[in-house]
Ligand binder design. Sequence first.
Ligand SMILES: Nc1ncnc2c1ncn2[C@@H]1O[C@H](COP(=O)(O)OP(=O)(O)OP(=O)(O)O)[C@@H](O)[C@H]1O
Length: 281
Amino acid sequence: MTAILQQPRPAAPAAGAPLLSLAGVGKRFGNQVTALDGLDMEVRRGEFLSLLGPSGCGKSTALRLIAGLAEPTSGRIAFNGNDGLAAGKRRRLIGPASAGHPAIGFVFQEPTLMPWASVFGNVHLPLKLAGTGRREAEPAIMEALELVGLDGFRDAYPRELSGGMKMRVSIARALVTKPRLLLMDEPFAALDEITRFKLNNDLLQVWRQLNCTIVFVTHSVFESVYLSTRILVFRARPGRIAAELAIDPALERDEAFRTSPEYAALCRQTSTALAAAMNAG
Ligand SMILES: Nc1ncnc2c1ncn2[C@@H]1O[C@H](COP(=O)(O)OP(=O)(O)OP(=O)(O)O)[C@@H](O)[C@H]1O
């Protein structure tokens, strides 16, 4: 993503009014597992929110409920103050933005690319599903590819790309609808540390440039502190929020920050909150 990094750095978007809220949300699966119970959380416009917690505490379930990929067993999910949108309606927000509704982009842990389609074809998919043909979609596809530094790879196939590049394609596919809300489920967990650090920096750049809101699921204390303006620490059995940490959005997130005493102190604080959450589970 060198193209973006050479541009002057836009200011981080200011976190503002609530974009969506979950009130008393519970999710019980058919196998009697209660993944979430009484989850109250709010996502504010423009923030970079991480959901941090041990395996199985319901982070992915919370993300899937927000995206409308599943329905809560109890409680309410409100978007833009529009209370109680059913899953089908939330799911329709995954796609191009429509008046008054924030389009949602979803990035999964695996890049989940179509092996038979080129990079261009893979990024085209959400617009194609919305009925936009290749030619009409081309400017948006190229813009998304440029954002992730892959505009030179439009005709490449997934088998020709590294793990990090595949994830960039997956991010471009989520960005092509110009979402105001980007949901990311441990997108960098399978990548080596150097690629992960690079993608962390590039994701922050995309967030600033698009002025969007990001909800990011991770297991990593270090990653959550580096990226976020706010962290919600989850506890398990049943999944709910155990702690909330705010991180000054004005802090410069760069290599100097990664090795600073301030970063170390924030990681220690977050780690302590996570350990307490795990002991409570
Ligand atoms: N479709 C499903 N059917 C049955 N149980 C499920 C389903 N999806 C999740 N669960 C269970 O719900 C609980 C929460 O799962 P979830 O994937 O949300 O947690 P997580 O915090 O994201 O975990 P991880 O970090 O390991 O991905 C787990 O016990 C899981 O086994």
